[in-house]
Design a protein around this ligand. Structure first.
Ligand code: GDP
Length: 336
């Protein structure tokens, strides 16, 4: 996707540093652009604001559709967002690339938050590959931080593909679950539970309280079977009701407790550095892959090899090697 309007680098930089939300949104559109000229400008912009980044708490929130994500975020956001604690919410909808529709975007979500001047909400495109779920979300996080947002929530629909990508870009990963719906029904795989720093049983109000408390006991038991991760943090299970507000502040305090604990132990910063390095590798892989796949001459070769694989004439293993060899030859040709 290319941009309709490209502004100057100073325009983006100044707007972001002044927390101009219109410019912040425009800058996120710039980093999502696939046009090389836009990408160069985006890179320059990121470097310019780099020393203003990194100071937020990055929180990933996931759960199946209907788990109560948007209602939960709205309730949490209304309680924690204030002038010196601004909140940015980046929503990623992995369904949109498949259906061209959107699970997250169809309804009016987070209505009161969207009117709060201390809150910035932005849906991000899920990218063109599953591995690239929210492929520019990381850069969007940096821009939001530079604009002064000290709490960043990355919300994604828990349908199994995006959680790993999100986990790698946040400090704290929260899984929202419904009581009594069954793990299979909720599409929650054991691996996702293992990644969670906390599980929250939502909608713990009215007739649902008993069931929610039971689910809390069950999931606590299940989580205690996992060894404490490298962070030294023992994952917690809590209940909440966005309707009554019960449990919401406890969740926030737990997240602050996690940040305090892991900053003291040094894990928080180590994890960020590790994430940055893996981010560098992933982005380089993406650039390289895009360059090869979009090269005119390579496309013909890719098609030919795909046909060979379909007919069973060549292994996928050899095909990949041949593709790389072809790329070397094409490059040599163009360099000589
Ligand atoms: P999402 O798809 O995960 O974002 O879920 P929503 O936030 O849209 O919530 C799905 C449905 O559950 C909506 O009809 C909400 O009104 C309802 N809901 C959300 N949170 C609560 C809650 O705390 N208590 C009750 N009783 N209903 C809730």
């Amino acid at each position: 996707m290319a941009l309709k309007t490209r502004f100057t680098i100073d325009y983006y930089q100044e707007g972001i540093l002044q927390n101009n939300r219109v410019v912040l949104a425009q800058a996120i559109t710039l980093i999502e652009s696939t046009l090389p000229a836009d990408q160069t400008l985006a890179g320059e912009l990121l470097d310019r604001v780099l020393n203003q980044t990194g100071k937020s708490i990055r929180i990933g929130i996931t759960g199946v559709p209907g788990a109560g994500k948007s209602t939960f975020i709205e309730s949490l956001g209304n309680q924690v967002a204030e002038a010196d604690k601004k909140l940015a919410i980046l929503t990623i909808d992995p369904s949109s690339q498949l259906t061209r529709g959107s699970i997250l975007g169809d309804k009016t979500r987070m209505e009161t938050l969207s009117k709060n001047s201390n809150v910035f909400i932005r849906p991000t495109a899920s990218g063109n590959t599953l591995g690239g779920v929210g492929s520019r979300t990381r850069e969007a996080i940096l821009l939001c931080e530079a604009a002064g947002y000290s709490i960043i929530i990355i919300e994604t629909v828990g349908v199994g593909q995006s959680e790993v990508a999100i986990k790698k870009m946040v400090d704290f990963f929260l899984l929202l679950m419904l009581a009594g719906a069954g793990d299979e029904l909720q599409g929650i795989k054991k691996g996702i539970m293992e990644m969670a720093d906390a599980v929250v049983i939502t909608k713990a109000d009215g007739d649902n309280i008993k069931q929610a408390t039971q689910a809390q006991a069950d999931y606590s038991h299940a989580l205690h079977l996992f060894a404490a991760g490298e962070s030294g943090w023992q994952p917690k299970v809590l209940t909440s009701s966005a309707l009554t507000g019960k449990g919401i502040m406890e969740i926030w305090q737990m997240i602050e407790g996690y940040v305090h604990q892991t900053k003291t132990s040094g894990f928080f910063d180590q994890n960020r550095v590790r994430q940055n390095i893996s981010w560098f590798h992933e982005h380089f892989d993406q650039l390289l892959r895009t360059e090869i796949m979009e090269h005119n001459q390579m496309q013909k070769k890719i098609q030919a090899l795909t046909t060979e694989i379909q007919h069973g004439n060549i292994s996928s293993y050899t095909a990949a090697q041949q593709l790389l060899n072809e790329y070397h030859q094409v490059n040599r040709g163009s360099n000589s």
